[in-house]
Write a protein that binds this ligand. Structure first.
Ligand SMILES: Cc1ncc(COP(=O)(O)O)c(C=O)c1O
Length: 387
């Protein structure tokens, strides 16, 4: 049977992420240390798990309101105020989603009509572009450069804006580069946003994983609240990837529209997870601080090791990735990653998985144990000496 003729053109036009493709190859190789995976190696703190366990014991197995448990939305509202001085109404301006992943899709689908353009700084996380295509929009890639520490430059952004531009994605702290944007730098982006009448989807999923500096929420920048959809979640900061929980905070005129799609495609996020998330928001600050401290120790170790080996590597200020340049090896990111995997037994993600101008780099996640990091650095050193 010719299944192909039944598949929509939109679906055909997107590809499985290169990261997933690479994971599948990694599975074939024995005794590999993986620095591929963008998820905490920590397990979810026990007191957070208890929230879900208690919920199940108490028979909390029903649907919640579409936007999520009101108590959780209240906690999220308090958290956003406490941590980032953001004010969002729990009743009408917050939606609990199935990870930040669904939040991204939801926001893009709510806003984008066929032909609308979405500005996506690159390198960046892999889902913005396919979500845009599935909504009928056109992704427009705005390059960021290592010499700018991978931040988005307003003058470069402006070159890619035209009358069809509708939405700007702001992916900071950034996956894969670890770049963070300061308040001053964001102020300049805000000027471009206002001048060109854009909306912004600010993906702040790594907002808690920042080292030696402070996260500035884009919605905090003057006059940006009305133009910003803030996305965040529980996966990275609370080590809760498997719970699939995230959220959107935005003006009610936007969340009201988003809720229509959310209601039809997921109804609500899983109920027991939402009870766990309440515990995370109430008592999770210490867990975050402890994990951040450990990530920071690993960050400094991996950065120092790579630089000692001669890699050019920008100091990441956020998330849990380093993004060293492999340009001087003279081989492509993909070949480098494949050879390192087969010959050096270390798995890293080729930089071009995050967009064309990630070519010449590889992403290494330091969300793995110090023992693994130490061993992987030894292996990379041995591999480089034979290259
Ligand atoms: C920048 C970024 N945004 C969103 C996500 C999705 O996270 P979640 O697990 O909440 O769906 C990820 C996951 O890797 C990410 O790196």
């Amino acid at each position: 049977m010719d299944f192909n003729k039944y598949i929509s053109q939109k679906t055909k036009s997107i590809e499985i992420s290169t990261i997933r493709h690479f994971f599948n190859i990694v599975k074939e190789v024995e005794d590999v240390i993986s620095l591929c995976i963008g998820e905490p190696d920590f397990t979810t703190p026990a007191h957070i798990n208890q929230g879900a366990i208690q919920a199940l014991r108490n028979g909390k197995t029903y649907y919640t309101p579409n936007a999520g448990l009101f108590e959780l939305r209240e906690e999220i509202s308090r958290y956003l105020k406490r941590r980032y001085q953001l004010t969002y109404d729990a009743e009408s301006e917050i939606i609990v989603t199935i990870g930040a992943s669904q939040a991204i899709d939801l926001a893009i689908r709510t806003l984008i009509d066929p032909g609308d353009e979405v500005l996506i700084p690159q390198p960046s996380f892999v889902s913005y572009s396919p979500c845009t295509i599935l909504a009928g929009g056109r992704p427009v890639y705005v390059p960021t450069y290592p010499e700018d520490d991978f931040i988005l430059r307003p003058n470069i952004l402006e070159k890619y804006i035209n009358e069809r531009s509708k939405l700007l994605i702001l992916p900071y702290p950034n996956n894969p580069t670890g770049a963070v944007m300061t308040q001053d730098q964001l102020n300049k982006i805000a000027t471009v946003v206002t001048k060109n009448d854009l909306l912004v989807l600010s993906d702040e999923i790594y907002s808690e994983l920042i080292y030696g500096t402070k996260h500035t929420a884009f919605a905090r920048i003057q006059e940006m609240r009305n133009r910003t959809i803030t996305i965040n979640g529980f996966s990275k900061s609370y080590a809760m990837t498997g719970w699939r929980l995230g959220y959107i905070a935005a003006p009610k005129e936007l969340t009201g529209q988003m809720l229509k799609i959310h209601q039809y495609n997921v109804t609500c996020a899983a109920t027991m997870g939402q009870f766990a998330a309440i515990k995370a928001m109430k008592n999770g600050d210490k867990d975050i601080a402890d994990m951040r401290e450990e990530y920071d120790r690993r960050r400094m170790f991996i950065l120092k090791s790579l630089r000692e080996m001669g890699f050019k590597c920008f100091e990441p200020k956020g998330a849990f990735y380093v993004f060293p340049s492999i340009e001087n090896t003279g081989i492509s990111s993909e070949d480098f990653a494949k050879r390192l995997l087969w010959e050096g037994k270390v798995a890293v993600v080729p930089g071009n998985a995050f967009g064309k101008n990630g070519e010449g780099f590889v992403r290494m996640a330091y969300a793995t144990s110090m023992d693994n990091l130490e061993e992987s650095m030894k292996r990379i050193k041995a591999f480089m000496s034979k290259l």
